[in-house]
Design a protein around this ligand. Sequence first.
Ligand code: PLP
Length: 178
Amino acid sequence: MTLDSKLPAVGTTIFSVMSALAAEHGALNLSQGFPDYAVDPKLIGLVERYLGAGTNQYAPMTGVAVLRERIQEKFQRVHGLLVDAEQEITVTAGGTEAIFTTIAALIRPGDEVINFEPAYDCYAPAVTLFGGAMMPVRLVAPEFAVDWDYVKSLITLRTRLIILNNPNNPACRVYRRF
Ligand SMILES: Cc1ncc(COP(=O)(O)O)c(C=O)c1O
């Protein structure tokens, strides 16, 4: 059986390409971060303890309540933001799931998504999959500054989402208060 790709223009991710090349050439891999330290024995102990205590059931869809409360406290402590643990926090299995789910929920055919490029590579395929159009704003090296007048000119009634990644991956630009 052959399956036609829904995204024929999307190739392998840059991470797979660069990591395979680094392994092939025995090169230092600066393209993808891998932890080079052992798991903290305290964490292993806690996992053992809680699994032993029977906490192996399905979690609520939005995440375990006590975890959402701790995330709420951290947002307040670190960012000074008050978010509602019940209404505004959803726990996901990593950033990719969070981003994909957000795009799936928001984007319908014909919607436009403003994106600052270079950008992390999981945004565009998801937007395309749901029939949206990417509206790129090119960030130019070495400053990778944003031309806000250009961003303004892109905003129309079709604009559904603006994706701003801060600090930007891969440019490393940190955006402060605009
Ligand atoms: C900007 C950005 N978005 C999303 C992700 C994906 O995150 P995760 O590995 O948690 O799915 C990464 C991972 O490096 C990232 O740098």
